[in-house]
Write a protein that binds this ligand. Structure first.
Ligand code: FPP
Length: 267
């Protein structure tokens, strides 16, 4: 198959993209963006400087992901634990940063046909942040390209708790609990991620080997890619490197050897 390289990619990205197998492209990539604090510390800067540069990395990676035609990108922006365990000053800064990001980056979303979604217990975020989120979601609702999902005040265990509650609630409102049907499909339909395709690849920056309560259910068969690159230094080329690595994996889904995706030749 002929590979059409998007003209907006820079030279290095275009070179790597042209080496990828279009039949083995992931549909959904999620990223644990870690290492902002360490990036700042190495430069004797305050932690917030790392978060500011982290937003720039979000911009670059979103743009490359949208341009290569990735259907879904999910970013772990703030975990529920971040809210409980970080100093109030840093939380306040992160909330302001998010508001500015949503306003400033709208143009980038529209230009790249990106639809914005959110997962997490967003009702616990400050009201002005919730308003800005609703606004950005509405503004991008008619875009038909990549779905960019930001996980905010997100925890995977609380997502599963919320899904079970929602199932019970729906059954109770629908003729009674004897209508409650519990299987994997039903749970999938009640998770925050019901709008997304199956998760293929989880990337974690800055070297830590943990999922940190991120998409635990969804990552059941996902490939995991860890890089030592700190999040503020992460760019589109690193995303493409992760996809190249993914394409070299053998995905088995608990069965016998299978090649990745629907590719006919194995590695
Ligand atoms: C982890 O670095 C990063 C975060 C807790 C916040 C992630 C936020 C951003 C990338 C910027 C905001 C994003 C959006 C979409 C507005 P860390 O502080 O845990 O780093 P460390 O482990 O090196 O201390």
């Amino acid at each position: 198959m002929r590979v059409i390289v998007p003209s907006e990619l820079d030279r290095k990205e275009a070179e790597l993209f042209s080496q990828l197998d279009p039949n083995q492209f992931p549909k959904h990539i999620a990223i644990i963006m870690d290492g902002n604090g360490r990036w700042a510390k190495r430069r004797h800067l305050p932690r917030i400087a790392g978060h500011k540069r982290g937003v720039e990395a979000v911009r670059y990676v979103t743009e490359t992901a949208a341009r290569i035609g990735l259907p879904a990108l999910t970013l772990y922006a703030f975990s529920a634990e971040n809210f409980l365990r970080r100093p109030p000053g840093e939380i306040k800064f992160l909330m302001k940063l998010l508001q500015t990001y949503l306003k400033k980056e709208l143009e980038l979303m529209q230009r790249n046909n990106v639809r914005l979604e959110f997962i997490g217990r967003s009702h616990m975020l400050p009201p002005e942040v919730q308003e800005r989120m609703a606004w950005a979601k509405e503004e991008t609702a008619r875009n038909t390209g990549m779905v960019l999902t930001l996980a905010l005040n997100y925890g995977s265990r609380s997502e599963i708790v919320d899904a079970v509650r929602s199932m019970v609630h729906a059954a109770a409102n629908n003729g009674g609990l004897h209508h409650l049907q519990i299987d994997e499909e039903a749970i999938n339909r009640h998770l925050y991620t019901r709008h997304l395709p199956d998760l293929d690849l989880v990337i974690r920056t800055s070297g830590e080997l943990r999922l940190s309560n991120f998409l635990l259910w969804q990552a059941a068969y996902a490939e995991i890619y860890v890089t030592k690159t700190l999040w503020p230094d992460f760019r589109g080329i690193h995303l493409l490197e992760a996809i190249a690595d993914f394409q070299g994996r053998e995905r088995r889904y608990g069965g016998l050897l299978e090649t990745n995706g629907n590719n006919s030749h194995s590695k």
